[in-house]
Ligand binder design. Sequence first.
Ligand SMILES: [Zn+2]
Ligand SMILES: [Zn+2]
Length: 175
Amino acid sequence: MLVDLSELLSREDKVKSVEIPLEMEVFTSKTGSYPVAEKKPMAFTFTGLGNRRVMLEADIDVTLTIPCDRCLEDVRENIRISTSKEINLGDTDVTRRDALDEMTYISGAEFDAEKFAYGEILVNLPMKVLCSESCKGICNRCGTNLNHEDCGCDTTEPDPRMAKALEVFNSFKEV
Ligand SMILES: [Zn+2]
Ligand SMILES: [Zn+2]
């Protein structure tokens, strides 16, 4: 949803507060697609600072479903963002694009809440998600989730494919 900030451009101390629903149902980034499990309306407060500058305060609360890094089970990851930024609406679109792509949520005097939210969630996305610190992961032999059962595979022996490769390697050495 777009918010028109033009009324804040010239009037210092003018404040505009809005609640905007987060539209996305799935958050997609280079690392994967994560369904939105829960979301709250986003809260934005814009304060005119004069000179075409606006102070933006934002609160975003969204829960994404992200697979555990070790066992791949779904984990509900709550992401809460509270941030403030100064926006200079006097910048032309061109200088803005050159500056940082995070500024592309501003076009003219319009603020794109959804684009802003996407960028903020992206930088706040956890690098590593675990269902629990003690997650045992999955067996690299049979794929059993070791949190649920013990498959009994002997993981101390090298992988059979690896053993085969070693065999071939050794037979070459003998020649
Ligand atoms: Zn796990
Ligand atoms: Zn196993």
